[in-house]
Design a binder for this molecule. Structure first.
Ligand SMILES: Cc1cc2nc3c(=O)[nH]c(=O)nc-3n(C[C@H](O)[C@H](O)[C@H](O)COP(=O)(O)O)c2cc1C
Length: 149
């Protein structure tokens, strides 16, 4: 079955370090594995950008829960709709800090995404999905460093 994609942005309310990202990844990986959700969470410059992929009702319920998390605020859905395929079928939730060296998504690119938001929601979706797809292509080419489980 083709998945739904939900992409959102948010702003961290806490100092985000490795411990914070690891604790999010631990819960996300365990829960998402059980419910058949996959995706990627990016952090950089105080902002999160997350792609959730999976069945519509499961993604919607998960988004409700994640929105309540006090570690971030200003949660904005960029896109929620049917997708042709999974981008990260193997990842119950990859988590990347783009400020770390060696990560295949430049800090500048994520910063530009947040600093210069697209004027239409379709453009915003296209920008976000290209970040995720380009990173996936780098993984396939064996270039990027990953932190996934
Ligand atoms: C930016 C961000 C992304 C998150 N992504 C997920 C996720 O994909 N899946 C998940 O189960 N929890 C995610 N969480 C954590 C949830 O908000 C919540 O803390 C967790 O699901 C609670 O797990 P529990 O019900 O098993 O205790 C995320 C939290 C933040 C701040």
């Amino acid at each position: 079955m083709t998945p739904y994609h939900l992409i959102y942005t948010s702003r961290a309310t806490v100092e985000v370090d490795d411990d914070v990202l690891r604790s999010i990844q631990d819960r996300a990986s365990a829960n998402n594995k059980k419910s058949g959700v996959t995706g990627l969470l990016l952090y950089g410059g105080g902002n999160f950008l997350q792609l959730l992929e999976g069945p519509i009702s499961i993604i919607a319920a998960l988004f409700e829960k994640v929105q309540q998390d006090p570690r971030h605020t200003d949660v904005r859905c960029v896109h929620f709709g049917r997708a042709p395929s999974y981008i990260y079928p193997e990842w119950s939730m990859g988590v990347l800090n783009v400020e770390d060296a060696g990560v295949g998504i430049s800090h500048e690119r994520l910063t530009a995404f947040f600093a210069e938001p697209a004027t239409s929601s379709h453009e915003c979706y296209k920008q976000a999905i290209s970040v995720f797809e380009d990173f996936q292509a780098q993984l396939a080419g064996g270039v990027a460093t990953t932190s996934a489980s």
